[in-house]
Design a protein around this ligand. Structure first.
Ligand code: MG
Ligand code: MG
Length: 257
């Protein structure tokens, strides 16, 4: 993940957070449409076409398309793929774990979120649990995104859920990020950390929290397509993400319908 070198966090007004909520809703609507279309037999390229229609249909622009040359609207990462998978001809099979990452821009403001979907009505318990733990860790991180807390409180909350849930790996090579007039902004938001440490969280900050969790080792590598990140040991991974605003009244998820 690439961060622009900025020393200061972009602080948003309540009005600007309102604009980001519009972008966030496009992302959430798109992901919900994709979720119900993740079935055995669908290709990741077909999912990308659906996302393209949803995003442009809403009058928004995809954040990912053309980003450092990325060739698609969404990232689709299947099974041992962790993040940044390129949609294409890969057919989703029964029981596959498909992580979908989606970003959209409205009036210059970005929304960014990801879900993991299992292509089965009877998922393997271990795979369902992997996704559930990842999602629960995201929820815990969001609850810690409170003004006066520190960045380490978010990471620590995420990490605690994952560590207490079993033998999972927390991917450290990729982290969450600030978001606003660009998709990836300062500060980085690690999925691990020490409570009370790091940058102090303030009202008006908007952060994308995105735990990436593996079964087993957290080691990852990038395939020769220069994008797709996979686990080194071939075990499966889950990715959940929300764009979250820190407000006077607590954390507000912007990537909701
Ligand atoms: Mg994302
Ligand atoms: Mg992100």
């Amino acid at each position: 993940m690439v961060f622009r070198k900025k020393e200061r966090v972009q602080i948003k007004t309540p009005q600007q957070i309102g604009l980001m909520r519009i972008a966030g809703k496009v992302v959430a609507d798109t992901l919900e449409t994709l979720r119900v279309n993740v079935k055995p037999g669908v290709t990741t390229g077909e999912l990308d076409a659906i996302a393209r229609e949803c995003i442009y249909g809403a009058g928004a622009t995809p954040s990912f398309l053309g980003y450092y040359g990325f060739p698609a609207v969404i990232c689709t990462s299947v099974n041992e793929e962790v993040v940044h998978g390129i949609p294409g001809g890969r057919v989703v099979n029964e029981g596959d774990l498909v992580s979908i990452d989606c970003g959209a821009i409205v009036d210059g403001w970005h929304g960014d979120a990801a879900i993991s979907v299992i292509a089965s009505s009877e998922p393997l318990p271990a795979i369902q649990q992997l996704s559930d733990v990842t999602r629960a860790s995201l929820d815990a991180g969001i609850q810690a995104a409170v003004a006066g807390n520190h960045m380490g409180d978010i990471g620590s909350a995420i990490e605690k859920v994952i560590r207490s849930s079993g033998d999972y790996g927390i991917v450290e090579d990729y982290v969450g990020h600030g978001i606003g007039t660009e998709m990836h902004m300062y500060p980085p938001v690690p999925n691990y950390g020490h409570a009370g440490q790091g940058l102090e969280l303030k009202v008006g900050m908007v952060l994308a929290l995105e735990p990436m969790v593996t079964i087993g080792s957290p080691e990852v590598l990038t395939l020769s397509d220069d994008w797709t990140v996979v686990t080194t040991d071939g075990n499966w991974a889950s990715h959940w993400e929300h764009t979250v605003a820190i407000t006077e009244s607590g954390p507000q998820i912007l990537t909701i319908q």
